[in-house]
Design a protein around this ligand. Sequence first.
Ligand SMILES: N[C@@H](CCC(=O)N[C@@H](CS)C(=O)NCC(=O)O)C(=O)O
Length: 312
Amino acid sequence: MLVEGQWQRKWDPVQQEDGDGRFIRQSSAFTARIKDARAALEDGLRLYVAYICPWATRTLIARSLLGLEHEVDVKVVEPTLDDFGWKFGPQLGATQSGIDGVEFAHQLYTMTDDRYSGRATVPVLWNIQQGRIINNESADILRILNDDLRPIHQSPINLYPAELRTDIDAFNDRIYDSLNNGVYRAGFATTQQAYSEAVNSVFTCLNDLERHFASNPYAVGGQLTESDIRLFVTLVRFDVAYYGLFKTNLRAIADYPALSAYLERLLKIDAFAKNTRIDHIKAGYYSVKKLNPSGIVPEGPKLDWFSYLDDE
Ligand SMILES: N[C@@H](CCC(=O)N[C@@H](CS)C(=O)NCC(=O)O)C(=O)O
């Protein structure tokens, strides 16, 4: 992480924990919104992402669904993390350099604020002309792409329509702590009790969702919304990474018929399939030395729904 603009060489996946070994996620520092879509487009917009990362993948899926691939540029960090955090380079087709002379994602943070203290996370939404971070919170970036940039895309797809906002917010809350972040709370717990609490919350949520998807095609309102994106990115990583590495292994998603069918349905949509890079996901999660000191990446699982992905 960065302290007063200086990179501390020892990267550690655990951001913060409470006195009982519970993992605590840092809140995002840059939370501006875009007021003038056309001016922002003139300055140039870019997303810095990692395909391993569920939070970054949220923003990639929204960018594709909303038809913003020409308007919003993308640069991808390598999937594996070392002492310098995220870096640009050739691994698995990542981007060679962030901008001229930028090797590491943390440089984007110090270019924006040379006294920045905190973690250098992805995704980052970047103003190219100004050379600074606009926002580094994926939940906000989804709304920026959907709402703030609507004047320039006028997409028929609305991922956060006014009449569903209360339900979308409620659904997002229902899955964030228990599932999206719950898997990380399980994986990075440092006491048995913190781990057990987290795993139980993950499976209470999945059991509840299995009932929901037995009779609903989407998360909210019978249509595709940002809640589907937020759920998808966790579900699609579950069997290939979380089940093994984070020990969330009471059941796999493949053991849930309705959730499997839902995942398979979303993977038939181009925006979901093309932004799901199983090779990055496996290489990235299994590179976390703290949880997998040998660095060995498992061969499996082989899952039917991955036949929708090009690289499988
Ligand atoms: N609240 C952020 C969380 C982003 C986040 O934690 N990203 C992880 C990757 S999955 C990261 O960059 N971690 C690097 C670090 O913590 O040093 C968001 O949703 O945008």
